[in-house]
Design a protein around this ligand. Sequence first.
Ligand SMILES: Nc1ncnc2c1ncn2[C@@H]1O[C@H](COP(=O)(O)OP(=O)(O)OP(=O)(O)O)[C@@H](O)[C@H]1O
Ligand SMILES: Nc1nc2c(ncn2[C@@H]2O[C@H](COP(=O)(O)O)[C@@H](O)[C@H]2O)c(=O)[nH]1
Length: 210
Amino acid sequence: MERSGLLVILSSPSGAGKSTLARRLMDWDRELRFSVSATTRKPRPGEVEGEHYYFRSTDEFRAMVAAGEMLEHAEVFGNFYGTPRGPVEAAMRAGRDTLFDVDWQGGQQIRASSLGKHVISIFVLPPSLTELERRLVSRGQDAPEVIATRMRKSRNEISHWAEYDYVIVNDDLDRSAETLITILKAERQRRDRQVGLGPFVRALMEEESA
Ligand SMILES: Nc1ncnc2c1ncn2[C@@H]1O[C@H](COP(=O)(O)OP(=O)(O)OP(=O)(O)O)[C@@H](O)[C@H]1O
Ligand SMILES: Nc1nc2c(ncn2[C@@H]2O[C@H](COP(=O)(O)O)[C@@H](O)[C@H]2O)c(=O)[nH]1
């Protein structure tokens, strides 16, 4: 039996800390592949084309969707975001796990796709909305009106928490990162048990007793 890659989806209201947790998870496992999304949002200072996002015009983005190149796509906070399908499918075939930072709409679409049975989904909650706003402000990347929009939409994003397999309240960052690593370890153990342990268990049962 071939081992298939897992699709690990992280969602949260903007600013709860999923990119930070994603980085922690990828520092722990250098083999984990991050799904780089395409977006029509303008790059923030320090964001690198092809590393954080593929920054595209609206026409370019629409052309990608029309060509069937997106595994999922959605409008979030007035911009388009989408997951290029090709690299995800290639990683799956290679048995490599992929990490996604997408909103609830992306989570729903990937779960509903033909790859849905390989999904593990994790929702990240902030400890409070006051702390969520503090994090958005202290990140220092978004204009006040952008932060206001993201705060206004945070309740709607949070309302989808129960659609996810796991929920992490991201209060203490080290503890949350540890929880995330534990989830991935356990899910890999579950995925690998048939592929990796089948031959071992068969040999165990065929062993001559002493
Ligand atoms: N547990 C935590 N305690 C305190 N600050 C945190 C914690 N987790 C993340 N942060 C900080 O909060 C800010 C927002 O985090 P991050 O950018 O990871 O959020 P996000 O959910 O990825 O947001 P977006 O959806 O907008 O991309 C960052 O400045 C980050 O350093
Ligand atoms: N449905 C999708 N949502 C995505 C994708 N890439 C990112 N996102 C979500 O957008 C918001 C805002 O991100 P930001 O980088 O502008 O702060 C956040 O909730 C992301 O999870 C995607 O490909 N599809």
